[in-house]
Design a protein around this ligand. Sequence first.
Ligand code: ATR
Length: 278
Amino acid sequence: MTDQYAVIGNPIGHTKSPLIHGLFAEATQQAMSYVAIEGPLAPDDGFADVVREFAANGGKGMNVTAPFKLKAFALADARSERAALAGAANALKFEHGRIIAENFDGIGLLRDIEVNLGVPLAGKRVLLLGAGGAARGALLPFLAANPAELVIANRDAAKARALVAQAGARAAAVRACGYGDLHAMGRFDLVVNATSASLTGDLPPVPPGVFNPAGIAYELAYGKRLTPFLRLARNAGVHRIADGVGMLVEQAAEAFDWWRGVRPETASVIDRLTVPLD
Ligand code: ATR
């Protein structure tokens, strides 16, 4: 039987993952299927049943998207260090009756910035907006890239401080703050919007003075064209703005490699999925 993979989320209609993994499979000549599954939203543990049934019927792996990343993490029998540090899973592997959890979101984001956009974080001033699941996934890969400074700003500043405290000894160059504190912090080479504000068309209250026009503004959401955050950055004179399409494809490539043992080429897939920002 063909090896089976899936992405599970709710809603799931908008997902690009079957297209991305289909292109990867074709390019690397892997015989596999990849479908989208709408997971159950009921508060009982229907999610675990759906995952276990997929695995029992020959499923080899799954991507996990909102709102199931925490449930998938909790369900696993084993977890990678980066999944444990993010507290969430975005990929599962089913092996010898066990469920193994991984999280490639942060590494996908870092790869898109450093490799695809050509901006190594070493020595840079980096501002991460938000302290939820998305920011949590980005924190450790960002720190591993040795920025000169990493500031995490959140509306609820205590949540940002808790995140920094969790990063522990690695957090020497990390600071947490509220948006109001950003006025006194100068310009940043990279500003990443890891809040969920763009999903509702909102703008995090970030002062335009944080943008270095020679730097980059990165929006984690994708396919939303010029979000209020990217518009603010553009109006502040930033030429290089990006949405999360590259991150999406890079995390998919990491998962594909983990499952199949071959890392697909990503540039052509990113090109195919890229929607002009304006
Ligand atoms: P995700 O998994 O997308 O990170 P989450 O864990 O629910 O989702 O976290 C949402 C993040 O977006 C939080 O950092 C939240 O800020 P608060 O913790 O202060 O609530 C942030 N957020 C959501 N809407 C926002 C808005 N309009 N302006 C600024 N931050 C916002």
